[in-house]
Design a protein around this ligand. Structure first.
Ligand code: UD1
Ligand code: CA
Length: 489
């Protein structure tokens, strides 16, 4: 118990404000759900806070609460998340009050506050800021940056001695105040006890008749407490997204940043302007990324792998020295080292290729566990299947896995030759070293080492073609009128 209270005194909780609609987006969807880098804005903020060491993280939600909560819970696997509901959007101060009420009443550590619409925020900066605050001895710190034009941001007002006095919102500012170039980014840290008191005392005395979180600055000063505005160097990191234009700008910014970092780490881009790569992707040196490639979610790509171009990859792990050819789509799967995928292959969730595999054009895989060296080069559907090593799946092989109600599994052993145009009617098992003749429909288990076929006996009618053509007035030279030929339709 004693230890727990000590942790709480030096603890770091966080509150994220994400209850607003975001009117300026002109959207039915909550602003913080709009995506940047394939990820809801609020999820990015939560990740930065979690990585900075904050726990618990209280998310204040309201508008589209269910969807926003989903994005928040999906952001980090093991973060300690608490949800607080702000019933009505009565301002950032009111939202913060709802947030702090969700912390244990005896919580007596620091509280970090951030808005859910700052998708570029990084944990590195947060850690620096937290350190600077604790060293400064101030009761309250917030991050400020200097812009050429403060736009709609809150302005930082300082006294003649340079001490911070207040933040004034652009809407409420006098022309002289609007000229101030130092703005409030919206990241704050203070001790829980100060915050509780300051938030309780907020009044909605402003143009919007809202409770402003920013008023805690003046409130600290009124109590004779020191406030530290920590000036950050990189203003872009704190840009809030309020409009679609800002959203698109931020997307480009993030993309350029990710690509630059990857290039510095040894990744080649044929055309960085058309590479859309999540900042959660881990891409090794000497990977080559061709034009029009999307690498989303948590992808990991091993050294010397080449992605030719026009690929869509999400949560995919790709080993070393793979060749991902034109037009590959892969999601939630693993592609082992030295594999060749595509062109035009669709690897759906649960595909797991051990390595040295070849999945060729117009092959679709789903929940397919495929052993080392096994190939499916053309036109196949492989679903709910386990295939051993060094098996060759011929052109047009189909796992017949669905009976209209349930999916059934197919098992194929090592070193098999599955002939072209084979259907495997699941549930079914084919042992190792089996040869399947082309055109076979497999309906019973095939034992190891067997040859299996289901051929209809072949018959010939000699001279049939000439009789057929004659009946259609065709002499077979190709010179008859078009109208008398079979239409083929
Ligand atoms: C806010 C700051 C401003 C700062 C800017 C930085 C205030 C009053 N102003 O302005 O000083 O320069 O951010 O980007 O704090 N929210 C709620 N409940 C509400 C209202 C808002 O949860 O009742 C959430 C929103 O979902 C959003 C965040 O708070 O994620 C910020 O709200 P927003 O309206 O974008 O504030 P700004 O006007 O940008
Ligand atoms: Ca904002």
């Amino acid at each position: 118990m004693a230890q727990e209270s000590r942790i709480r005194e030096h603890g770091l909780a966080a509150i994220v404000l994400a209850a607003g609609l975001g009117t300026r987006m002109r959207s039915a969807r909550a602003k913080v759900l709009h995506e940047i880098g394939g990820d809801a804005m609020v999820a990015r903020v939560i990740r930065a806070l979690a990585a900075s060491g904050a726990a618990p993280i209280v998310a204040v939600i309201g508008y589209q609460a269910r969807e926003v909560e989903g994005a928040i819970r999906g952001a980090v696997a093991h973060a300690q998340i608490a949800i607080a509901i702000q019933a009505e959007p009565r301002g950032t101060g009111d939202a913060a009050r709802a947030g702090i009420a969700a912390l244990p009443p005896d919580y007596a550590g620091d509280v970090l506050l951030a808005y859910g619409d700052m998708p570029m925020l990084t944990a590195t900066t947060l850690r620096e800021f937290i350190g600077a605050h604790r060293e400064s001895g101030a009761a309250l710190s917030f991050i400020s940056v200097t812009l050429n034009d403060g736009g709609a941001y809150g302005r930082v007002l300082r006294g003649a001695d340079g001490a911070v006095l207040a933040i004034v919102e652009a809407r409420d500012a006098s022309p002289a105040e609007l000229a101030v170039r130092e703005i409030n980014t919206g990241i704050y840290i203070a001790h829980a006890s100060f915050l509780r008191a300051a938030l309780d005392g907020l009044k909605p005395k402003n143009a919007q008749r809202e409770f402003y979180l920013t008023d805690i600055v003046a409130s600290a000063r009124a109590r004779g407490l020191a406030v530290n505005a920590w000036r950050a160097r990189d203003a872009e990191e704190f840009a809030g997204v309020n409009t679609r234009e800002e959203l698109a700008f931020m997307e480009t910014l993030l993309r350029e940043q990710v690509n630059r970092r990857l290039m510095a780490a040894g990744v080649t881009f044929v055309d960085p302007a058309t590479a859309y790569i999540s900042d959660q992707a881990e891409i090794a040196a000497d990977v080559i990324i061709g034009p029009n490639v999307q690498i989303l979610g948590r992808c990991r790509i091993g050294a010397e792998t080449r992605i030719e171009g026009t690929a869509w990859l999400k949560d995919v792990e790709i080993g070393e020295r793979c060749h991902i050819k034109l037009g590959v789509r892969a999601e939630d799967c693993r592609i082992g080292a030295d594999s060749e995928i595509g062109p035009f292959a669709n690897l759906r969730a649960g595909t797991d290729l051990e390595g040295h595999n070849r999945i060729g054009n117009f092959v679709e895989t789903k929940k397919a566990k495929i052993g080392r060296g096994t190939k499916a080069s053309h036109l196949s559907y492989l679903g709910d299947v386990t295939i051993g090593r060094d098996t060759n799946v011929g052109c047009g092989v189909i796992t017949v896995n669905y009976d209209g109600y349930e999916k059934h599994a197919t098992q194929i052993g090592d070193r098999c030759m599955i002939g072209c145009d084979t259907q495997l009617v699941a549930p079914i098992k084919v042992g190792s070293d089996v040869y399947v003749a082309s055109g076979t429909t497999i309906v019973r288990e095939v034992p190891e080492g067997a040859l299996v076929m289901s051929h209809h006996p072949q018959r010939e009618k000699p001279g049939w073609t000439a009789t057929w053509r004659k009946r259609h007035g065709d002499d077979g030279t190709g010179s008859t009128s078009h109208a008398s030929k079979p239409s083929g339709k």
